[in-house]
Design a protein around this ligand. Structure first.
Ligand code: KIV
Length: 270
């Protein structure tokens, strides 16, 4: 039973998130459909329609084959289910490789869905693209550290911020993203001390995942945190529910009932 009973009463905006830095930890979860988005409505400040859906929803080995059609389809569903959180559409791999493409695809995201912001992976090298978007009134969330869209080019998922040089690079990335006008930055798979240094170096909120306790907020992938995705469990994932087990047990009860002709009983019969 949650002790955090205070529900969010008003629509969360980019401005709400900006103002939360240094005041109250920010919560974000992913969602990919209306059903779960509705369950999350009013409890978290932000919902990310993450391209992680390519793995946990579509069963692919990584996020790279997600495309704009897929992200728009799922974002539309999430926007149908959740009315209060700020909804962020994760720009898929290859959808922002130039300023022109980034503008075209993010305007499409705004026109075809009710998402309030887009998320882009990459550090200082993406700053110009982020600036082009924010100058065109598209709200951008950055994403630095371990970036799943770089899994093939980097040769795996690697924790960042292990030495002073890398910490310096991450801080420079965060500052460049802030200067480009982003309203928040996801910091993923970064040593806790490095994530704290990044958080202290910028005036926009950092949202951590596998980045320790000192970021301005935390995000988890819903299917990881509720135990529905069971292929592997990264160290940073806390399971708040054993969803997979609950479903299997309940399904087993259904199968037993049908096989033994207990279901449907009179109660469930016209
Ligand atoms: O795609 C996603 O779900 C993400 C989170 C891990 C931040 O980018």
């Amino acid at each position: 039973m949650s002790i955090h009973t205070e529900k969010i009463a008003k629509k969360v905006t980019v401005d709400t998130i900006r103002k939360m830095k240094g005041k109250e930890p920010i919560t974000m979860v992913t969602a990919y459909d209306a059903l779960f988005a509705k369950l999350f409505d009013g409890s978290v400040e932000m919902i990310l329609v993450g391209d992680s859906l390519n793995m946990s929803f579509s069963g692919k080995p990584d996020t790279l084959s997600a495309n704009m059609e897929l992200m728009i389809y799922h974002t539309k569903a999430v926007c149908m289910g959740a009315k209060l959180p700020l909804i962020v559409l994760d720009m898929p791999f290859g959808s922002y490789t130039s300023k022109q493409l980034a503008i075209k695809n993010s305007i499409r995201a705004y026109r075809e869905t009710d998402a309030q912001a887009v998320k882009i992976e990459g550090g200082a090298e993406r700053a110009e693209i982020i600036k082009t978007l924010t100058d065109s009134s598209v709200a951008v969330m950055g994403h630095i550290g371990l970036m799943p869209q770089f899994v093939r080019s980097e040769g795996g998922y690697k924790v960042r911020g292990k030495d002073a040089q890398d910490v310096e690079k991450l801080i420079a990335d965060a500052k460049a993203i802030e200067a480009a006008g982003a309203f928040a930055i996801v910091v993923e798979g970064v040593k806790a001390e490095a994530a704290k240094a990044i958080t202290d170096a910028v005036s926009i909120p950092t949202i951590g995942i596998g980045a320790g306790a000192d970021t301005d907020g935390q995000v988890l992938v819903w299917s990881d945190m509720f135990g529905f995705f069971e292929d592997f469990k990264p160290k940073f994932v806390k399971r708040y529910l054993e969803g997979g087990k609950l479903i299997r047990d309940a399904l087993g009860d259904f199968v037993d009932d049908v096989k033994s002709r207990k279901f449907p009983s009179d109660e469930f019969t016209y």
